[in-house]
Design a protein. Structure first.
Length: 547
């Protein structure tokens, strides 16, 4: 396989570990824990894994461990650093006992159920150290939630003699990891389950999990591209760039990229919802900024848009809910309607309030709202071209203002959607170190007989030497939420907090950024050079942890 010069040099990088993990460790147990809400309900559902103490690893005396067999699963969307979680886990179990073995289940949780696996040997692991992607074993979105799946999994676990499973995933996958841990504990199968916090979206975080891995690299990659666009924009001075950013419901990625690049505008979905803004309010906000810059002769700029925005506009949320419901029950009839008549058909079936909103949407977006459904019957918001919707509507508004003599400029838009460009980027030093530490910590949790824990590495704005490694009972992060009509125990999703330091820092500067040209050009991720260039954590983490 041909490799680039950087790939070859990067393969030799030895990720930094917290000091406490460098030698022999012991597990220091803290206080018993409680779930973040709904304690009684969660306790009843997780009698074997509820209330366990927090764990912190500290330096200790060497102990002899027996060889163990561990299975690892990558679950959900790719995030930079997944390969380092696996290499940290591999090195950890080999350090415990050189005869330990690691098995990778292929293409996500489905690999466990379908008994599709491979042994990960040192030759394989070495090929993937410090690389992006999840291609070492592939990932998938099969949900591990049914008893038949747990039992099918158990068959192969027993056949291979696996002692523990490590599930690397987001909030839903870790919720399922905990359900699996509880199931195997209740049945006394002798199989431990450990989770690792992954997702570029940055929405799996709490008091004990400071950040999910991949967020750092993905945001730096998008910020590099936004910076490049801003230079282009500031050079030709003729376009407004509408840039949509991945991140599902949460706006963490958009906010972090705004803090890194200082664009003219960044919409934060959580704020749109809190202020009960309509689509027209959002459009007017953008159009006003365009008009204000035009007065100064600046007919260019940048707007960052989180991909989940549509769902946070209260009126659109209602429209989408009614559409989901209607299409779920009338899919066959809708399929018979000619394409050219579908819009009118939908308008005739919706309540007056939603029909009016639907009728006001541009043709393309109206179609996207009726066509694309995920397996649960929901609109896949990432497929809706919000960036085009907003720029089209801004153009209409500006044309109207021009007629009224309220706008003097020229408006030409370019559109971008950054998501897949960053999910498999080679991990930054931060993610390479953080992931390796998470994987290594997972091996220590296994060695200490833990199950139902998430690997946790904290104090992450300090140098890696001072990071604190340990484990958090997954039940501690749970609450009860309505999902598909039923109350379910789930890990609480972390949306952007409007009273949090990152949002406040953005809000304090945004008026100036909107009017002036205050762009920052972060440039590409650096691996070789001074630590302040190569090891800098995200602005979000720095602001959240500023003492
Ligand atoms: P996870 O929640 O599984 O980490 O996925 C993150 C994500 O990249 C979202 O930002 C995005 O909406 C989604 O995956 C896209 O999914 P897919 O890869 O299935 O197109």
């Amino acid at each position: 396989m041909t490799k680039s010069a950087l790939q070859i040099a990067r393969a030799a990088y030895q990720p930094k570990l917290p000091k406490a993990l460098k030698g022999a460790v012991i597990a220091k147990e803290g206080e018993a824990t409680q779930s973040v809400a709904d304690q009684e309900a969660i306790k009843a559902l997780f009698p074997n894994t509820y209330g366990m103490p927090l764990i912190q690893f500290v330096e200790g005396n060497a102990v002899e461990y027996p060889a163990i067999k561990v299975g690892v699963i990558l679950s959900g969307g790719q995030a930079p650093g997944g390969h380092n979680v696996i290499s940290g886990l591999f090195d950890g179990i080999k350090k415990l006992n050189k005869d330990s073995k690691l098995y990778g289940f292929i293409l996500g949780p489905g690999g466990l159920v379908d008994h599709n696996y491979m042994e990960l040997t040192s030759d394989i692991i070495d090929e993937y150290r410090n690389t992006g992607g999840f291609d070492i074993i592939g990932s998938g979105r099969t949900k591990l939630e049914k008893e038949e799946q747990f039992e099918k999994g158990l068959e192969i676990i027993k056949e291979l003699g696996i002692n523990a499973l490590v599930i690397i995933g987001g909030d839903d996958s870790n919720t399922n990891a905990c359900v699996l841990a509880e199931y195997y504990a209740a049945k006394k199968c002798g199989v431990q389950v450990i989770g690792c916090p992954k997702t570029i979206d940055g929405d799996l975080k709490n008091e004990m999990i400071e950040t999910s891995f991949g967020f750092d690299t993905a945001c730096k990659t998008y910020s590099e591209m936004i910076g490049n666009i801003q230079r282009d924009c500031n050079s030709s001075r003729k376009y407004w760039h509408f840039i949509k950013l991945m991140g599902r419901s949460a706006s963490h990625i958009a906010l972090e990229c705004a803090l890194q690049t200082q664009p003219n505008l960044c919409i934060v979905s959580e704020e749109v919802e809190a202020n009960n803004m309509s689509l027209d309010d959002v459009v007017t906000y953008i159009a006003q900024a365009v008009a204000n810059r035009a007065v100064e002769g600046n007919n260019y700029g940048t707007v960052l848009i989180p991909e989940g925005l549509i769902e946070f506009i209260p009126a659109m949320k209602k429209l989408i809910a009614e559409l989901n419901d209607f299409l779920a029950h009338n899919a066959a009839e809708f399929a018979m309607v000619k394409k050219s008549q579908q819009r009118e058909y939908i308008i005739s079936k919706l309540s007056k309030e939603n029909a009016d909103i639907y009728a006001s949407l541009p043709e393309g977006v109206a179609r996207q709202l009726t066509l694309d459904r995920d397996p649960h019957g929901n609109v896949q918001v990432s497929l809706i071209e919000t960036e085009k919707l907003l720029s089209d509507m801004v153009a209409v508004k500006l044309a109207q203002w021009k007629e009224e003599g309220k706008y003097v400029g020229k408006f030409a838009a370019q559109h971008h959607f950054f998501g897949y460009e960053g999910r498999c980027a080679a991990p930054s030093n931060f993610d390479a170190d953080y992931c390796y530490s998470l994987g290594y910590t997972a091996s220590m949790l296994i060695a200490n007989g833990k199950t139902g824990y998430m690997s946790s590495v904290r104090n992450t704005t300090a140098p890696a030497e001072e990071w604190i490694a340990g484990g958090v009972p997954i039940t501690m992060m749970m609450n009860m939420e309505r999902r598909h009509g039923e109350m379910k125990p789930v890990i609480q999703k972390a949306l952007v907090k409007l009273d949090g330091a990152p949002f406040k820092a953005f809000a304090a500067n945004r008026e100036e950024w909107a009017l002036k040209t205050s762009y920052v050009y972060p440039g590409p991720i650096q691996y070789f050079g001074p630590t302040e260039v190569c090891d800098e954590p995200t602005k979000t983490l720095q602001l959240e942890q500023a003492k």
